[in-house]
Design a protein around this ligand. Structure first.
Ligand code: GUE
Length: 286
């Protein structure tokens, strides 16, 4: 069988989503003279984080959104970071706040996330937003899960009744994407490192979401023929190349549609961050 899966173009989907957001930003500017503002807080000088933050700034600027990066030294104390967040929470021109993770070890990440105004929490990580998502209520939804769902919906007309398997149970991706799949009426299984037969569990999936951070973990024979495979893993190999959690070369021969790494979920994550900033703007400023 010489068939090959449809390769889902996350880069193109993200570009068109950003263009849409850009139009809305322009309309807000023209009608009301307001510019939605995204603020990214970066503590320390992790090289990967610097690259991500620069990319967020560039893409925000491209669509006419205001974006401010607050670069704080690695020695910043937790109290200083909390003070910075209090300042951003109080500033009406700040629509979205994202604290780049991971934070230096001397800072308690949970305490920091808890200090972000839930209405400005464009990462969707505040317990209020996580709770709203779990309750099926409107709120800010984490960007990677949101982007993953948009890609799934770009290839599947209806998700109702489909078997979805999420590999990974992180707060950032696994748990929230499972909630979104459930909201879309999928039958959802959350698998993880203790799952007894991971391969057999994955083989049940019409929609397989791999979000564990283990390069090439998901093999071709773990995939149900024709399934939609969303690879959330972005793993840096020793040679510097990026690779996903799915063995792409094998999987592309079995799946119906699959996201590549790079060029899949990653670009959608940033586009959804911009979208969340706009959502936060509308919810707070009307
Ligand atoms: N508070 C917080 N929220 C985040 O959402 C967050 C974070 N911290 N810390 C780091 C991770 C990682 N992350 C990525 C986003 C886009 C790409 C992306 O666009 N990747 C490109 C490739 C980029 C390259 O070539 O390096 C792609 O997959 O095609 C990757 C990684 C967001 N994160």
């Amino acid at each position: 069988m010489a068939e090959q899966a449809l390769i889902i173009d996350g880069k193109a989907a993200a570009a068109s989503l950003r263009a849409e957001i850009g139009l809305e930003v322009a309309a807000i500017k023209a009608r009301r003279g307001l510019v939605p503002g995204l603020h990214v807080v970066l503590v320390g000088d992790d090289p990967a984080s610097r690259v991500y933050v620069a990319s967020k700034e560039k893409l925000a600027a491209e669509i006419g959104m205001s974006s401010v990066a607050h670069r704080l030294p690695a020695e910043t104390s937790e109290a200083e970071l909390l003070a910075k967040l209090a300042e951003l929470n109080a500033d009406d021109s700040v629509d979205g706040i994202l604290v780049q993770l991971p934070l230096p070890k001397h800072i308690d990440t949970g305490r920091v996330i808890d200090a972000i105004d839930p209405a400005k929490d464009v990462d969707g990580l505040h317990p209020i937003n996580a709770g709203r998502l779990a309750g099926g209520k409107p709120g800010l939804v984490p960007c990677t899960p949101l982007g993953s769902m948009l890609l799934v919906k770009s290839v599947l007309p209806s998700l109702s009744g489909l078997e979805a398997v999420v590999v990974g149970r992180s707060e950032l991706v696994g748990r929230p994407v499972a909630q979104l799949l459930l909201q879309a009426d999928c039958t959802v299984t959350i698998a993880h490192s203790r799952t007894r037969d991971l391969a057999a569990t994955c083989r049940r999936a019409d929609i397989l979401i791999a979000a564990v951070g283990r390069p090439g973990l998901v093999k071709g024979d773990w995939i149900k023929p024709g399934a939609t495979v969303i690879d959330v893993g972005i793993n840096r190999l020793p040679d510097g190349k990026l690779t996903g959690d799915v063995d792409f070369a094998e999987a592309v021969k079995v799946a119906g549609a699959i996201t590549p790494v790079p060029g899949g979920v990653g670009p959608m994550t940033i586009a959804c961050l911009l979208r969340n900033t706009l959502t936060a703007f509308h919810a707070r400023r009307g």
